[in-house]
Design a protein around this ligand. Structure first.
Ligand code: 4AD
Ligand code: MG
Length: 426
């Protein structure tokens, strides 16, 4: 019997299998809070069971695994509205000397014990929200005619800049872990129309920030016959569907995290937009020293997003700041038809996307001017040689999305086993 279903079985005899969260004795009663992954329930051990189970009860410390048999009773004070009156407890595995107690631990200590820390109520709530976000994103895309298609993870060339590559030895040839599936998704969009990738991506980021992981998951939709405007439209739809879906489905988890729901309730279309030039003006007025062509970092993103209660699109970046594949704005070719979606509350960029160059000559000259080896991208150029069409796509960083929706300080808690500049353990 799952703990989350106990309320449907009042007055029935049940068996609960789980772990002791907390054990206390008071007078003639023992209280054991048990969790099983689906929820938590308080179990009570009264006489005569208490005397019969005396030896077992001395062993039932935090994180002892147990099988508890008893009867479900109503308990209006408990979160699930029920308790279990215990008749039998079987010990499975000892919890003695469990390193994580109710007292506060430093984050390094907790990260070193991540394999155990995931058992805590807070971490479990985050991982459930992550799972809900994945489910909602897939449901949205599957339900809107996107075909999931998986790009390779081992790749011969780079997609997002040469400075953050993880190189591997591929049977004696150099290869890299994928930074983004985008280039392959472009090929697949020409076959299937609307496609998306959902998989791990890798960046050897030398940044120690609360937004950077070296391994993270990306949702990457790519659409044939899709321009810059329609690309933003898909992004708004997707993000609204995910946030409103989490609000509807994850009430318990959001409450566990004490998330301020008003910030999420505000996330409805349309999302405001500002151009890079407007952003420069606004930031200069706020005292930042910036010139056309300067990259905008986390403090700039936070300042720009502050004026809005929902995500904001930052658009029309200078071409030279952005990736080689981005379509120039026909009205001002110095600008790229690219947009970053910035989350509110200082969470910064959660999506990067653009219209792609589809003209063969322009793409070839971009590769050359960026010093890239044309031969390495021959297959990518073929997409422009044979039946090329305007197309666009974007990449949602799953961990940043989870951090924002769950209201976390750092992306390291958004993924089961984070990989960062300083962490490869456990
Ligand atoms: O802006 P990025 O680099 O865009 C791309 O890779 C495009 N090729 C995607 C596409 O158009 N298909 O990365 C996309 C998103 C960012 O907005 C951010 O949310 C996330 O991926 N991201 C990271 N998340 C965690 N750690 C990192 N080191 C990240 N780098 C990017
Ligand atoms: Mg980006």
């Amino acid at each position: 019997m799952l703990i989350q279903e106990l309320h449907l079985h009042v007055d029935e005899q049940v068996t609960v299998k789980g772990w002791v969260v907390h054990h206390r004795s008071s007078g003639k009663i023992d209280f054991l809070v048990i969790r099983d992954g689906s929820g938590q329930v308080q179990t009570v051990v009264r006489e005569p069971a208490r005397t019969a189970l005396a030896e077992v009860l001395t062993q039932a410390v935090q994180e002892t695994s147990v099988v508890v048999e008893g009867r479900v009773g109503i308990d209006p004070r408990s979160p699930g509205g029920v308790e279990v009156v215990v008749e039998q407890i079987q010990l499975i595995g000892s919890g003695h000397d469990y390193p994580i107690g109710p007292k506060a631990h430093g984050v390094d200590f907790l990260m070193d014990h991540r394999h155990l820390w995931v058992r805590s109520a807070r971490q479990s709530a985050i991982l459930r929200i992550r799972a809900a976000i994945i489910r909602l994103a897939r449901n949205f895309l599957d339900g809107h005619g996107f075909v999931v298609a998986d790009p390779p993870i081992i790749t011969p060339s780079f997609a997002e800049g040469s400075t953050s590559l993880f190189a591997i030895d591929y049977f004696g040839e150099p290869a890299y872990l994928s930074q983004s599936g985008q280039l392959y998704m472009e090929a697949l969009a020409m076959a299937l129309g609307k496609v998306y990738a959902f998989g791990p991506t890798f960046r050897a980021e030398k940044s120690k920030t609360r937004r950077h992981l070296s391994e993270f998951w990306m949702i990457e939709p790519e659409m044939a016959f899709c321009d810059f405007e329609e690309n933003l439209w898909w992004q708004e739809q997707l993000i609204e569907a995910i946030v409103q879906g989490v609000l509807a489905e994850c009430q318990v988890e959001l409450a566990t995290l004490e998330r301020d729901l008003s910030h999420l309730q505000a996330v409805v279309r349309p999302f405001p937009r500002i151009t890079y030039r407007q952003a420069l003006e606004q930031l200069t007025a706020e005292g930042f020293e910036l010139q056309f062509g300067d990259d905008l970092g986390a403090p700039h993103e936070t300042a720009l997003a502050r004026a809005y209660d929902r995500p904001v699109f930052l658009t029309h970046f200078p071409t030279r700041l952005k990736a080689f594949y981005m379509q120039p704005d026909p009205r001002d070719p110095e600008l790229a038809l690219a947009a970053d979606l910035l989350a509110p509350e200082g969470y910064g960029e959660i999506i990067g996307g653009s219209e792609r160059i589809y003209d063969y000559e322009l793409m070839r000259s971009r590769l050359v001017s960026q010093g890239l080896d044309e031969g390495q991208y021959a297959w990518y150029l073929d997409l422009r040689r044979f039946g090329t069409v305007p197309h666009s796509g974007f990449g949602v960083g799953l961990e940043r999305l989870v951090a924002w929706i769950a209201g976390l300080d750092h992306v390291r808690e958004t993924t089961p086993f984070p990989r960062t500049l300083t962490r490869l353990w456990p």
